[in-house]
Unconditional design. Structure first.
Length: 119
């Protein structure tokens, strides 16, 4: 049993060894249909309000939200200090130290190219 735990522990350590992956802005993307800034804001609020209910730790969700709403250098500092393990550099897939997975939709990370700017 100890042998299995050691193998599992080694795999986990190797899989998540690089938790200091440099983050970057998401690539430009297009929403399925043009949306307004107000609609995008509502979608983001709904996501952040419900995200913690799908698992993971609230403090990690809070850190991810702060990172998503910050400029890239501050976002890097936030995820590093929170111990967030960045799987995909645009923050769409992250993990915490316990292995919980956090998936962020692109719409909380950047504006779509077909955003209708409110007048």
């Amino acid at each position: 049993m100890l042998y299995q735990f050691t193998l599992l522990e080694s795999f986990f350590s190797l899989s998540f060894a690089d938790n200091t992956k440099k983050i970057r802005n998401p690539k430009p993307w297009k929403y399925s249909e043009p949306i307004t800034g107000a609609q995008l804001k509502q979608m983001r609020e709904e996501f952040w309000d419900t995200a913690p209910h799908y698992g993971g730790r609230k403090e990690i969700w809070d850190a991810l939200r702060a990172a998503a709403e910050a400029d890239i250098s501050l976002a890097q500092a936030i995820v590093d200090s929170a111990g967030v393990i960045v799987q995909v550099p645009d923050l769409t897939i992250c993990y915490d130290e316990r292995g919980a997975k956090y998936e962020l939709p692109k719409y909380v990370l950047s504006d779509p190219t077909n955003l209708i700017h409110d007048s």
